[in-house]
Design a binder for this molecule. Sequence first.
Ligand SMILES: [Zn+2]
Length: 196
Amino acid sequence: MSKRVTSRHSRMSLLRSRAAVLAVGVGATAVLGAGVAAAATEAAPQAAVKTAATKATASWVDPVKRYTLSAGFNQAGNLWQHNHSGQDFAVPTGTEVVAAHGGTVVKAGGNGAGDGPAYGNAVVIKHGNGTYSQYAHLSRIDVRIGQVVATGQHIALSGSTGNSTGPHLHFEIRTTPNYGSAVNPVAFLRGQGVTV
Ligand SMILES: [Zn+2]
């Protein structure tokens, strides 16, 4: 009798342990999910989540060193089929363009690297947390698809290829590699502590 009670008790303990492990697993997944969403949308519902996301993606830099900001994000204009999807940095043709953050080159080439002829020669770099940066109207591309680049590493020279009225770098921050997922790049960079 006493043996049976002991046996039943340990089975209950085992079930409780399994339930606890399962609960911990679910909790961790939920926290990770919230962090990724916050980084992608810049909307951080909890201060703790935003701090964690910022730390993980620290050390961003401007894509060109000396520039004048020209056309801004979401600006309307007859140059664009929809509102402007990035921020323009006015720089002379041949200005060094660097990776705004470390990552892997996922697009590089003419025709907007697949995003359309309006972009001219373009590069897209994949970073962590569902963030991508895009560089367009380049006169020369110095990276290839699959190449890993560090923050501030030379990737290209600026230009005026594609749908452009003068030399400048068109810069986008995207939540996917593709056109249509851009967020405000100046707000994003400032959120990373970069002076723009
Ligand atoms: Zn532009």
